[in-house]
Design a protein around this ligand. Structure first.
Ligand SMILES: C[S@@+](CC[C@H](N)C(=O)[O-])C[C@H]1O[C@@H](n2cnc3c(N)ncnc32)[C@H](O)[C@@H]1O
Length: 269
């Protein structure tokens, strides 16, 4: 399974990649951005990913290439690094994760409701077995901006689904099919963000960035929905010097629909 790196050229330009520079790819995925950094002459790339499948892919691809230092775990680990020339966050789920039924991230394939990037902590199914209606409504509202959060929470708690298609069918029954996107899109997003503490980890990691960049070093973040992007925008405005905000071009969106919602921001110290 392949993952097309989103906004690759804009990310490299944003990072102002130079020969001999050191960079951090906080979200390796299938290494699209890491590969490009090394091809552009980076001396060293430190790459993080929580997903064991991503890390295995990296190990098999790069073997003992000393230019790549791999870290299996959260990008919050950047706080332990020496200073670098640039850091990249390409947030969210990779295509292989979304398409792997056993990981439970997507409603296009049926599988157990897992939704964890790393096999630690509570799965979405376990959460749905114990959560109260009020708490679930709060999660759907807070992390999914889901206006029908209460009605959906009532139906989900009544059925306590354990598989992706079960959950998607419940949401569809509550909401009907009138929405432009699949009616369960926001519910799946909310659960994923909650289960992985994604927004919290992003905030904690961003807070470490300015100290870990050399003077003039660059931060590039690609976000895929407004909750993430708002955190990035506020952080860059408050703690760094924002340099720009970019969207994917029409040609890229035509080739890779994932790029449609991508917002790339660049800042420096
Ligand atoms: C959109 S993909 C990155 C794709 C990559 N840029 C490429 O071109 O192949 C995001 C990756 O970030 C990982 N991830 C998500 N949250 C993370 C976190 N807190 N720490 C480390 N990796 C994380 C996911 O497992 C996923 O592989």
């Amino acid at each position: 399974m392949k993952h097309d790196a989103v906004m690759l050229e804009e990310a490299l330009r944003g990072l102002a990649v130079r020969t001999g520079g050191c960079y951090v790819d906080c979200t390796y995925g299938r290494g699209g951005h890491t590969t490009a950094l090394l091809e552009q002459g980076a001396r060293q790339v430190v790459a993080f990913d929580k997903d064991p499948a991503a890390v295995q892919h990296a190990r098999e691809t790069w073997r003992d290439d000393a230019r790549l230092q791999l870290v299996e775990g959260s990008f919050m680990g950047i706080r332990q690094l020496d200073k670098v020339d640039g850091m990249l966050f390409d947030l969210g789920v990779s295509s292989p994760l979304l398409e792997d039924a056993s990981r439970g991230f997507g409603f296009q394939v049926d599988g157990p409701l897992d939704m964890r990037y790393a096999p630690v902590g509570e799965t979405a199914a376990e959460f749905l077995q114990r959560v109260s209606e009020v708490e679930l409504a709060d999660v759907l509202w807070r992390y999914g901006d889901e206006r029908a959060s209460r009605r959906i929470a009532r139906a989900v708690v009544a059925a306590r689904p354990v598989r992706t298609w079960q959950l998607a069918a419940i949401v569809k029954r509550v909401l009907g099919g009138a929405r432009r996107r699949h009616p369960a899109t926001k519910v799946f997003l909310a659960l994923r963000l909650y289960i992985n503490r994604e927004l919290e980890e992003l905030e904690l990691a961003l807070a470490c960035v300015p100290e870990r960049l050399v003077l003039g070093g660059r931060l590039v973040v690609i976000a895929f929905h407004s909750l993430e992007d708002r955190i990035v925008k506020r952080f860059m405005r408050a703690e760094m010097r924002p340099l720009g905000r970019f969207r994917a071009g029409a040609a890229e969106v035509a080739m890779n629909p994932r790029a449609r919602s991508a917002v790339l921001r660049v800042a420096t110290v």
